[in-house]
Design a protein around this ligand. Structure first.
Ligand SMILES: Nc1ncnc2c1ncn2[C@@H]1O[C@H](COP(=O)(O)OP(=O)(O)OP(=O)(O)O)[C@@H](O)[C@H]1O
Length: 282
């Protein structure tokens, strides 16, 4: 209970005066996104004409069979990979028309990333790792916020530890605390609970929901875990680089059943479903 209260104070004082959400509440909009990689002399298209919107206060999960393009989509939406065609709008602004410098600025100020590689600096103690985004932005380091963020992921008192002395799950929680302390408007998370035990996973998910369901914010999570997806407001499903379906606030059983059907060989019904969704925002 104490941990949850610490978390609530993290977000209660956010200023909304500088809101730049699109007037209809859209935080992320992908429009006809395609992504190819060059392998040898051949371009292989991984994402095909993906259109997707994520709204303010929404926690949305992306699911699909292995290799269906979930991480590639997440990276394109986050501005970490350039799409081959189409565009991504974050907070109403086109990513394609931004310079590298403007993209870096957007990432530093508005976006948070929870990726499988924790991106912690091994020689810096936990407190300094969590403080890094403040320093990169040239802002005063807010120790209280950092300590509250560490407490909210069950790492109170671990501020002086060095990452290599921590377990994979603990390092993942440090990375998540760093995001929580920043209060980004949009969080992109790739398997955020992948390396965590059940209790830590619950804590982290609760924190991600706390951010994502707040006004002026949203969270997008790639996960293989139906139990994680079932905590989300919406789950979109990918197959072979396309968005093929979505479920609003599904149960674990509904998610698992949809995943099973996506792993089966194509049926005419699936092709129709895919066709119905491709090219329009879901
Ligand atoms: N840099 C790259 N160059 C070439 N192919 C790539 C590259 N990155 C990803 N791919 C290919 O794109 C496809 C989709 O990969 P991606 O990691 O997006 O899938 P995923 O759904 O996230 O998979 P998983 O669930 O296994 O993590 C895969 O076939 C992968 O091999």
């Amino acid at each position: 209970m104490l941990l949850i209260m610490a978390n609530q104070s993290l977000y209660s004082d956010s200023t909304l005066s500088d809101r730049t959400v699109h007037p209809d509440g859209t935080m992320i909009a992908a429009e006809h996104l395609s992504k190819s990689y060059r392998v040898g002399s051949t371009d292989i298209e991984i994402l095909h004409d993906v259109s997707l919107t994520v709204s303010e206060s929404e926690v949305c999960a992306i699911m699909g069979p292995s290799g269906s393009g979930k991480s590639t989509l997440l990276y394109c939406l986050a501005g970490l990979e350039a799409p081959s065609s189409g565009d991504v709008f974050l907070l109403g602004d086109s990513l394609v028309s931004r310079s590298r410098r403007e993209l870096a600025q957007l990432r530093r100020t508005e976006l948070g990333f929870v990726f499988q590689s924790y991106n912690l600096l091994p020689t810096l103690p936990v407190l300094e790792n969590v403080a890094l985004p403040f320093r990169l932005r040239g802002e005063r380091v807010d120790q209280a916020r950092i300590e509250a963020a560490l407490a909210s992921v069950g790492l109170a008192g671990r501020g002086s530890s060095l990452p290599p002395s921590m377990s994979g799950g603990e390092q993942q929680r440090v990375a998540i605390a760093r995001v929580l302390a920043q209060r980004p408007r949009i969080v992109f998370a790739d398997e955020p609970t992948g390396a965590l035990d059940t209790r830590s996973g619950r804590l982290v998910l609760s924190e991600l929901h706390e951010i994502g369901n707040a006004a002026d914010r949203c969270v997008l999570i790639v996960t293989h875990d139906p139990a994680v997806a079932a905590t989300c407001d919406r789950v979109v499903f990918m197959r072979d680089g396309r968005l093929v379906d979505q479920l609003a606030a599904p149960s674990v059983e509904q998610v698992a059943s949809k995943l099973t059907s996506l792993s089966e060989p194509s049926s005419s019904e699936q092709v129709e479903l895919s066709g119905a969704h491709v090219g329009r925002a879901v």
